[in-house]
Design a protein around this ligand. Structure first.
Ligand SMILES: Nc1ncnc2c1ncn2[C@@H]1O[C@H](COP(=O)(O)OP(=O)(O)OP(=O)(O)O)[C@@H](O)[C@H]1O
Ligand SMILES: [Mg+2]
Length: 493
């Protein structure tokens, strides 16, 4: 086996690392500075390089850059002190395999080395396949819904960075506004990683109360607490060999933050009530729409965890800062949802596009997708018109000002009193009284009730006419019922 090259200017560190690796049966060679190490790399071949980051003359980063000129694939692991974490980020972007924070435990050190070597081995035996966005389109379970549509140079650059770092194990933190595509980006990274066929497990940290989330994430042993009737594999274990997405990570309670930190540092999880830790091999992607560092300053988020998560910081710009993407996304979503609902292709009128491009998309791409899906539902013929665009209540008057003749956009109050635009039933029956000043939810409810009344309460037909599934219709009706509004067409007639 080819030796591992260890580069460190401190003799004690060199010896400690080499003894650990020798103990595990690896041949090693030592070097005391970056220039000497590079010369060695030119002359001999090594299975991997482990280098200290801060060294006099040439740094570990410079050595990494030099090595990358010689070889694209040689695994390089950086050893760094806590204070130089920023540089560790830099190193990961430049293609380092991983980094280890000093002081480290020696079993973690060996673990990282083993992983680097086995991954390099795997890469050699498998021809490099570079997935592209087009390939993601072709994923059987995802269809076009996983495609990232953008013409924005900042996002395109970001996707480039994402692809570069996807192959490493570095933890990624995506901090962006709600609905900007954080999860989509996380999946993109997973699909470009070395393990696209491995599991992709998403956990929303805000969705569950602390105790449930703990067992969900870390698992438990049978009998660990009342109700633990059998062993439960946590999400980290389920994600082993793949990627875990920790959505809304800012909401994680402090005790769980401590446990997460341990997973990230030691690559093992402790099931609740478990005796032995369980090794996991995961790539962690965390997302938040909060300012996580502000949480650190408020004492609500651990600083060490913040730095551990924020190795590769990525930020998706809000939609209002990339208006050029709006027409592309609108076309994408009407096509996507028309296909899903078995409808013919639908176009967007110039007037409607004007409204869409001028709207301030506070809910970002998610809001745009909802508006387009709704527009499709409301437009009877095959062109989306301004009156089919029902945006959030707070801003609907802004839109109306663009759409309606002067003066009419200001109308407030009861929907019945509102003037046009009002969507007519799809068969051209009586107007629904949907108009400016009304919430999207109200409008939807009216459309559903009116359609049902028209069809004498036939839900199957109504669902078909509304281009939604019967299940969606049923869910919506039970939601309305929960709010005390039951549909009973006999009574209403
Ligand atoms: N660039 C894009 N191209 C195509 N679809 C997109 C794009 N960005 C987002 N989407 C779609 O918009 C919706 C919202 O995206 P996603 O769930 O990834 O956002 P998010 O930032 O995680 O939102 P939240 O903060 O609400 O969790 C999804 O249906 C996603 O597929
Ligand atoms: Mg999300």
């Amino acid at each position: 086996m080819e030796p591992i090259l260890i580069v460190d200017d401190e003799v004690e560190m060199r010896i400690a690392m080499s003894e650990t690796l020798k103990h595990s049966g690896y041949p090693v060679e030592l070097s005391h500075n970056a220039i000497d190490a590079l010369n060695k790399c030119k002359k001999n071949s090594y299975s991997m390089v482990i280098t200290d980051m801060t060294m006099p003359k040439r740094s570990g980063i410079e050595l990494l850059k030099d090595i990358r000129k010689l070889s694209d694939t040689m695994p390089v692991v950086m050893v760094t002190a806590y204070g130089t974490i920023e540089t560790a980020v830099e190193a990961m972007k430049l293609g380092a395999f991983d980094y280890i924070l000093k002081p480290f435990k020696f079993d973690l050190f060996t673990f990282v080395v083993e992983r680097a070597l086995s991954m390099a081995e795997e890469r050699k035996s498998r021809p490099q396949k570079k997935p592209t966005i087009t390939e993601i389109k072709g994923q059987p379970d995802s269809g076009r819904s996983r495609e990232i549509v953008t013409a924005d140079p900042i996002i395109q650059q970001l996707l480039g960075v994402a692809e570069n770092i996807a192959k490493s194990k570095a933890t990624v933190l995506v901090q962006s506004e709600s609905g900007t595509g954080k999860e989509l980006l996380a999946r993109y990274i997973h699909l470009h990683s070395d393990r696209p066929d491995g599991p992709f497990v998403a956990v929303n940290c805000a969705a569950l109360p602390e105790t449930l989330l703990e067992s969900e994430l870390f698992g438990h042993r049978k009998g660990a607490f009342t109700g633990a009737i059998q062993d439960h594999k946590g999400r980290f274990e389920q994600a082993s060999g793949g990627t875990i997405l920790l959505d809304e990570v800012s909401e994680l309670a402090l005790p769980l933050q401590a446990k997460l930190l341990r997973v990230l540092q030691e690559h093992e999880v402790d099931r609740i009530g478990g005796k032995e830790p369980i090794a996991v091999d995961i790539r962690v992607i965390a997302t938040t729409n909060q300012d996580l560092f502000a949480r650190v300053e408020e004492g609500r988020f651990r600083e060490d965890l913040y730095f551990r998560l924020n190795v590769i910081p990525l930020q998706l710009p809000p939609l209002r800062e990339r208006k050029g993407d709006i027409p592309l996304l609108c076309d994408h979503f009407v096509t996507l949802h028309a296909a899903r609902n078995g409808r013919k292709a639908v176009s967007i009128s110039a007037a409607a596009m004007e409204v869409l491009c001028h709207y301030n998309w506070r809910g970002n791409v998610r809001e745009l997708e909802n508006v387009m899906e709704r527009a499709l539902l409301l437009c009877a013929d095959n062109e989306v018109q301004p009156q089919h665009l029902l945006m959030g209540q707070a801003t609907i008057t802004d839109v109306a000002a663009l759409v309606l003749p002067k003066g009419k956009g200001k109308t407030k109050g009861k929907a019945e009193a509102a003037p046009a635009p009002a969507a007519a039933g799809s068969n051209g029956s009586k107007p629904l009284g949907i108009g400016v000043g009304m919430s999207m939810r109200e409008a939807e409810k009216k459309l559903i009730f009116e359609t049902l009344r028209e069809l004498k309460g036939n839900r199957t037909q109504a669902a078909k006419m509304l281009s939604i599934s019967i299940r969606t219709l049923r869910n919506k009706l039970s939601e309305y019922a929960g709010e005390g509004e039951k549909f009973d067409f006999d009574k209403q007639d």
